[in-house]
Write a protein that binds this ligand. Structure first.
Ligand SMILES: [Zn+2]
Ligand SMILES: [Zn+2]
Ligand SMILES: [Zn+2]
Length: 139
């Protein structure tokens, strides 16, 4: 796990700091997306708010993490599967569970192309599907 975080930081030319490695590890061991608050709780007393915020911004800019609005329209973050340095290209849907409040990347669902009127340039498409995840659905 530690290796994977360090490899990612290397690949994206980000210096390996303790905090960056720890925050990235938190993403790598969770299949669900994480919010700033999730990270604050996880690292309470060890990594401060401002550092978490800064790391998230660096990871976003680098193309390591992408953003997803959750059911409350709060921002969650998830690891990118194959983004380039500083350039995101996402076409997958996301699922918000109304039971456990987890947000998951659904990589196999690709958002269809959306023809926009002339003059509009699309830089990002977000498709959120809400309902109950398999775990909550079976409860
Ligand atoms: Zn990305
Ligand atoms: Zn659920
Ligand atoms: Zn995603």
């Amino acid at each position: 796990m530690e290796n994977q975080a360090e490899i990612l930081l290397n690949d994206f030319n980000l210096r390996q700091t303790n905090q960056r490695v720890k925050i990235l590890q938190a993403f790598l061991r969770n299949s669900a997306a994480l919010s700033h608050t999730d990270l604050e709780e996880e690292f309470a007393g060890s990594i401060d708010r401002a550092t978490i915020y800064r790391c998230l911004k660096q990871f976003l800019d680098a193309g390591i993490l992408h953003r997803i609005p959750d059911e409350q329209f709060q921002t969650k973050y998830a690891v990118c599967a194959a983004c380039d340095h500083g350039h995101h290209h996402h076409d997958h849907a996301h699922f918000n569970c109304l039971g456990c409040n987890e947000t998951t990347c659904i990589e196999q669902i690709v958002i269809p192309s959306i023809p926009m009127p002339a003059g509009f340039k699309v830089s990002e498409k977000i498709l959120i599907v809400q309902g109950y995840c398999p775990r909550c659905n079976n409860a």
